[in-house]
Design a protein around this ligand. Structure first.
Ligand code: 4NP
Length: 150
């Protein structure tokens, strides 16, 4: 069993999209019994809030099943149970490494690391470009599935 936690700043745009898209990939590969997948925030800004309507609209457009979700901040327990904690951009990684309990900071990766490139999943919060978020996540998530089933 691999425990994967996707993380962004607010846990209402990028990381819930990543969670739902990755769950869909895992389901299509018939690997649901091998993964525990969730998403969390570094911040407390959106605790208890549902995903951004733009994120839900994009997932619907791409026929990715939308699962009930409420914003939550990553905890020490989450870090401890995770195999990998996948952040979206450099600030997420800085924050996650600062928040990680002892022995857990090596679990923190940036989404594009798996492709060996230095790019970020850009924040759609200001420009509402959720189609770009989808495309960026669609680039990296199949590679994470491959990496985590090696
Ligand atoms: P996310 O987007 O990190 O992709 O969920 C954001 C959500 C909320 C805020 C910023 C980014 N905010 O400032 O509340």
């Amino acid at each position: 069993m691999k425990t994967v936690i996707f993380v962004c700043l607010g846990n209402i745009c990028r990381s819930p999209m990543a969670e739902m898209m990755f769950k869909d990939l895992v389901k299509q590969a018939n690997l649901e019994d091998q993964f525990e997948i969730s998403s969390m925030a570094t911040s407390t800004y959106e605790i208890g809030n549902p995903p951004h309507p733009g994120a839900i609209a994009e997932l619907n457009k791409r026929e990715v099943p939308v699962i009930e979700h409420f914003g939550a901040q990553i905890s020490d327990e989450d870090f401890k149970r995770a195999d990998v904690v996948i952040g979206m951009d450099e600030q997420n990684i800085i924050d996650l490494k600062n928040m990680a309990p002892a022995g857990c900071s090596d679990k923190v990766k940036m989404a594009y690391d798996v492709l060996g490139v230095h790019k970020v999943i850009q924040d759609p919060w200001y420009d509402h470009k959720f189609d770009r978020t989808y495309s960026e996540l669609a680039e990296v998530l199949p590679a994470w599935l491959k990496e985590l089933t090696k």
